[in-house]
Design a protein around this ligand. Structure first.
Ligand SMILES: Cc1cc2nc3c(=O)[nH]c(=O)nc-3n(C[C@H](O)[C@H](O)[C@H](O)COP(=O)(O)O)c2cc1C
Length: 193
C-alpha cells in the first residue's frame, strides 16, 4: 500500500451513524478486525484492552437505542431503519497496569481501518450505556467498560471540510450530507524547527 492508498482509506474511515438495514456483521468479521487491533502499540506492551463482541439483534438494538447519537445534531436521532448490525465493547482490564486511554485510541484506529477495508463503517460511542452493558453481558468487576463501537454497512454521505475556525461542530448540509470540519494543517502545527 502506498501513501495515496492509505490516505484514501483514512479519509473514508469516518464516524457513521446511519447504517443499511438488514445487513449482518458476522462474529468472524469482528474476530478478524480484533486480530488487527490486538497487535497495535501498547504502553509497556501491557495490553489491558479486552473486548465483548455483540451480534445478537436484540442486544444490538438495546445498545443502539440507549446510546446518544450525534449530540451536535439536535434535530436528528437515529431511526429504526438506520440501526447498526453489531457492537464491540472496549474494556479496560484494571488488573493490568497500563495506559488504557492511549491504547484504546490506537486500537480504535486499527478497528476503524480494518472495518472500512471490509466494507463496514463504525461509530465510537462514549455514550454507550455502561450499566446496561453490565446487565446484558457477563463482565468481571475488574473490567471497566470504556467505550462502545457500533458497526454496520454505512448509508450516509460524509464530507471532510478543512477549517480555520475555532468551532469544529459537525453539521448536515441541506439536512443530508454529514460535514465534519477538521482543523487545517496550518492550525495543528504548533512549531517547526
Ligand atoms: C472517544 C470518542 C467518543 C465518541 N462518542 C460518540 C458518541 O457517544 N456518540 C456519537 O454519535 N459519536 C461519538 N463519537 C464520534 C465523534 O463525534 C466523531 O469522531 C467526530 O464527530 C469526528 O468525526 P470522524 O470520526 O468522522 O472524524 C465519539 C468519538 C470518539 C473519538
Amino acid at each position: 500500500m502506498n501513501y495515496e492508498n492509505l490516505k484514501t482509506l483514512i479519509q473514508e474511515s469516518r464516524t457513521t451513524r446511519r447504517f443499511k438495514k438488514d445487513t449482518k456483521v458476522s462474529m468472524t468479521d469482528l474476530r478478524e478486525i480484533l486480530d488487527l487491533a490486538r497487535i497495535t502499540s501498547s504502553a509497556m506492551n501491557a495490553q489491558p484492552i479486552k473486548y465483548i463482541l455483540v451480534t445478537k439483534e436484540d442486544d444490538v438494538l438495546k445498545l443502539a437505542q440507549t446510546a446518544k447519537w450525534a449530540s451536535h445534531l439536535s434535530s436528528w436521532d437515529q431511526n429504526e431503519d438506520e440501526r447498526p448490525s453489531a457492537f464491540l465493547l472496549m474494556l479496560n482490564d484494571q488488573m493490568i497496569d497500563g495506559f488504557p486511554m492511549f491504547d484504546a485510541g490506537a486500537s480504535f484506529t486499527a478497528i476503524s481501518l480494518a472495518a472500512k477495508s471490509k466494507g463496514l463503517s463504525v461509530c465510537p460511542m462514549a455514550s454507550i450505556d455502561k450499566e446496561l452493558c453490565k446487565k446484558l453481558f457477563v463482565i468481571p468487576d475488574c473490567y471497566d467498560v470504556m467505550i462502545g463501537i457500533a458497526l454496520g454497512v454505512g448509508a450516509e454521505n460524509i464530507k471532510l471540510v478543512d477549517t480555520d475556525d475555532f468551532d469544529t461542530n459537525y453539521y448536515r448540509e441541506d439536512g443530508e450530507t454529514h460535514c465534519v470540519p477538521k482543523r487545517s494543517l496550518k492550525q495543528i502545527i504548533a512549531g517547526e524547527y
